[in-house]
Design a protein around this ligand. Structure first.
Ligand code: ATP
Ligand SMILES: Nc1ccn([C@@H]2O[C@H](COP(=O)(O)O)[C@@H](O)[C@H]2O)c(=O)n1
Ligand code: MG
Length: 216
């Protein structure tokens, strides 16, 4: 039994996620990845800007929320639990989200990832650090007033179960109570890149593009 902190970690993925543990014996390519986390309130434009980034830079976009919604559709044994938590705007247990992220990283074959909507709380951050052992190159934070976010979400029309006024209020509360401390954490580490996301999408992307061109 290896006890050194430097020993290669072995992620024991449950078969439910489709990756047998023996595939994780070696240090896979994604373990040496460059990652950028993207944080911001609900509706701040994380998904919109990540889609722009992958058109200009060789990054793979992974949205934690999209992975959780795909997990529900897959008929997973956790589907009902995840669905209930999303409908309430609550944060799904990190073990599930981190496994989905790591599996997606492995399957992508890429080694550059822009990870949208993660880490949402302290538990997300710590579980990811323990499992993936990757520090973000930087963390984008889309700053936008709540009234603008509410307008954007109410006009999104993507059929999301959590895009209703009652759940939006809960998502804002979770954002303030659980995600803003993570934003502060990365700020204290000099990793935060705060962007005014209340501007038109094209102007926001000019700033995002500049950061990616200069920092990665
Ligand atoms: N800068 C912008 N100005 C106006 N509308 C925007 C801007 N950026 C995105 N939008 C629109 O706002 C809505 C929310 O954007 P998006 O889905 O990218 O946000 P998000 O941060 O991923 O939200 P969530 O956390 O709920 O997934 C979409 O309809 C999108 O087209
Ligand atoms: N790290 C995360 C990310 C998301 N969730 C849940 O999914 C919902 C939707 O997320 P979006 O990023 O697509 O808005 C979110 O409200 C959470 O319920 C999560 O648990 N953990
Ligand atoms: Mg999104």
């Amino acid at each position: 039994m290896e006890t050194s902190v430097d020993a290669p970690i072995k992620v024991s993925f449950s078969p439910v996620y489709g990756i047998p543990p023996d595939k994780h014996e070696e240090s896979p390519r994604w373990k040496k990845s460059t990652i950028v986390f993207v944080l911001g309130g609900p509706g701040s434009g994380k998904g919109t800007q990540c889609a722009n980034v992958v058109q200009h830079f060789s990054y793979t976009h992974l949205s934690a929320g999209d992975l959780l919604r795909a997990e529900i559709r897959s008929g997973s044994e956790f589907g009902a639990m995840i669905q209930g938590m999303i409908a309430e705007g609550r944060i799904v247990p990190s073990e599930i989200t981190v496994k989905l992220l790591c599996k997606a990283m492995e399957e992508s074959g890429n080694d550059r990832f822009i990870i949208d909507g993660f880490p949402r709380n302290e538990e997300n951050r710590i579980v990811f650090e323990n499992v993936a052992k990757i520090e973000p190159a930087f963390v984008l934070f889309f700053d936008c007033p709540e009234e603008e976010l509410e307008k954007r979400i109410m006009n999104r029309n993507q059929g999301r179960e959590d895009d209703n006024l009652e759940t939006i209020k809960k998502r804002f509360k979770v954002f303030v109570e659980s995600t803003l401390p993570i934003v502060s954490y990365y700020e204290s580490k000099g990793k935060l890149r705060k962007i005014n996301a209340a501007k038109p999408s094209e102007e926001v992307f000019e700033e995002v593009k500049y950061l990616f061109a200069s920092e990665t």
